[in-house]
Design a binder for this molecule. Structure first.
Ligand SMILES: NC(=O)c1ccc[n+]([C@@H]2O[C@H](COP(=O)([O-])OP(=O)(O)OC[C@H]3O[C@@H](n4cnc5c(N)ncnc54)[C@H](O)[C@@H]3O)[C@@H](O)[C@H]2O)c1
Length: 283
């Protein structure tokens, strides 16, 4: 029975950027399903807030105030996990940020590229590289889940470098899945569309008079939530996906399938012409 297989009891899960947003949703879901959760978070207040939540629930956890852009801190974090739990079964590389950069590629410079590289891709390599020996030593298989973005799979104006580093996550995911298949370690990607988090607050970029229009451009009618991300991340961490590796879960309410198609708000009919001006993220 599928429901009997949704348990993460005896599993140790690292979630990066777990103090807020999608990572927090994922960490809470893993804790609720019995995993020991390692919350990796660089923001002290968010780390404390997560600690309070896990303590209140009495779920086993370890809070690591770590910046995944710092190699020494990441290696120390893995050492701490080893000491406390002796293994890693699940790794969610969730940290990622567009770093407020929305400008034409021609106006970017090498410093901009470096900032986006560090925030979106280099830490995925670093944390995975640091965690892998312990995952492999456990000889129990495992699951690595890399969070990218829908913008890795479609173009985004004035976000070419952000898009490129997130697309790199897909290449890394597929290739690593091949290398780790014989260890029983599965590697998959989740690519979310706009979701309501601390970083991206879609409710604030849609004017009140357009709030009802979300359903016109996202087929499932709303923005994503941390709970939606948690659902995908639970599936990919659990036995339910035991024959799934090297692939991407598109967590997007159907947005990518819709491509440039929208519904006309007043009639509900489909169009490929923009129907709402001056709403949404300003690029
Ligand atoms: N929210 C969206 O609409 C959306 C859309 C597409 C993709 N994503 C991706 O989903 C992931 C999560 O996004 P979110 O919106 O939940 O972000 P968020 O900023 O709301 O939360 C991320 C958390 O990670 C922490 N963090 C950031 N950098 C860190 C670092 N170097 N070391 C440790 N912790 C760090 C932050 O303090 C924060 O608590 C990211 O990879 C993002 O690119 C989000």
């Amino acid at each position: 029975m599928a429901e009997n297989r949704i348990s993460l009891a005896d599993q140790v899960a690292i979630v990066t950027g777990a103090g807020a947003g999608l990572g927090r949703g994922i960490a809470e879901a893993y804790g609720s399903l019995g995993a020991s959760v390692v919350v990796v978070e660089r923001d002290p207040e968010r780390a404390e807030n997560a600690a309070a939540w896990f303590e209140a629930q009495r779920f086993p956890h370890l809070i690591c105030r770590v910046d995944v852009e710092d190699g020494d801190q990441v290696r120390r974090m893995v050492g701490e996990v080893d000491e406390r739990f002796g293994r890693i079964d699940i790794l969610v590389n969730n940290v990622g940020d567009f770093c407020g950069q929305t400008k034409p590629f021609a106006r970017t410079d090498e410093d901009d590229w470096q900032i986006l590289y560090e925030a979106n891709f280099r830490h995925v390599l670093r944390v995975t590289h640091a965690a892998l020996p312990l995952m492999q030593a456990g000889k129990r298989g495992g699951s690595i889940i890399n969070i990218s973005t829908i913008e890795a799979h479609r173009g985004i104006p004035n976000g070419a470098v952000y898009s490129a580093f997130n697309a790199a996550i897909g290449g890394f995911t597929r290739s690593l899945a091949l290398e780790l298949g014989r260890d029983g370690i599965r590697v998959n990607e989740i690519a979310p569309e706009t979701s309501d988090t601390e970083q991206v607050q879609p409710r604030n970029w849609v004017a009140p008079e357009y709030q009802g229009h979300t359903k016109d451009w996202i087929p499932l009618g709303r923005f994503g939530t941390p709970r939606d991300a948690a659902g995908c991340a639970v599936f990919l961490a659990s036995d339910l996906s035991s024959w799934v590796t090297g692939t991407t879960l598109h967590l997007d309410g159907g947005a990518q399938a819709a491509g440039g198609w929208y519904r006309v708000h007043e009639t509900g009919r489909w169009t490929n012409m923009p129907v709402v001006s001056d709403a949404g993220i300003k690029m």
